[in-house]
Unconditional design. Sequence first.
Length: 340
Amino acid sequence: MTTSPARRPRFERAAVAGIKLTPRDLLILRAAQRHRLLRSTQLIALSDGSRQTTLRRLQLLFHHGYLDRPPAQLDWYSQGSEPLVYALGSRGGAVLAAEGKRGGTLRWDTSRTVSRQFLRHTLAVAEVMVAFEVACRGTEGVEFIRPEDVLAAAPEATRRLRLPFRWQIEVQEGGKLHRLGVEPDRVFGLRFRGAPEGRQRAYFFLEADRGTMPVVRQGLAQTSFRRKLIAYRETWRQGLHRTHLGIPNFRVLTVTTNEERRRHLVAACGSLGSGRRLFLFADQWAIRHSNMLTHAWRDRYNEKRSLVPTLPGVLDKCSGIISLCAPPDHSLKREPVSSP
């Protein structure tokens, strides 16, 4: 009678055969560092290997300490409803540090203590970013601009900051002056080959809304999604995207949990009175079932907008979709301010 081999533990490392890192393994480690937390399905999408090959390498990389599996996901996995989540392990971090990996602080020492809330939010951000990167790989004429590439072109004073993608904005409301902090979940861009001069790059601030923040509160003293919208609107009007990041344009992409929540956020955006083309919304279900570049994002009037211009060699048609690359809303007049 034969017995099947013992199953390796999911969240404890076991003795396995030796491993020699391959170029594909390094791609996996860099992706884990860049996004901090990734599902196995996302790592498969980013790698150039087959599903089974990548899963086997993920297993080996975990058991050898190059990757971690944060325990916060344990209750998900026990129900069998979620793919395993990976983070950069200590040995993986050491490898990237040794090769002079740039583009952010190497973070791997806290992955085993992250909270479930942090886990879910970080994965929501990663889901959108991976979808964009994969879509750009499959679309001729569109290139993905990573956050580190945006930062590399920013003013030197911004690059020296510990948190370069965080800034503050002053807003007048109700006769009071409020100083609001702004920190997008991600800053990235798209480059369009063949687009007219001045419209070859579009930049985006991503907000991954988990539905936990109140949509509207009285005044700006307390956090709310409306306060975020106002902070972004004032960032545009006062030109901080230019002075702080050195980018000529931006749009705010909000991806939320479901269609009902999206409608509430759109209603809050509509109450601002300006910024029609600044804010775009989608829900998670919709973006999981469409190409991120051709997806019909919704503005505050519920009109459909694409992120990609209708250019030969980029997309043949975006029938019925308004191009996001149209000039910004003239109601948002930029006013020069000093860098924060």
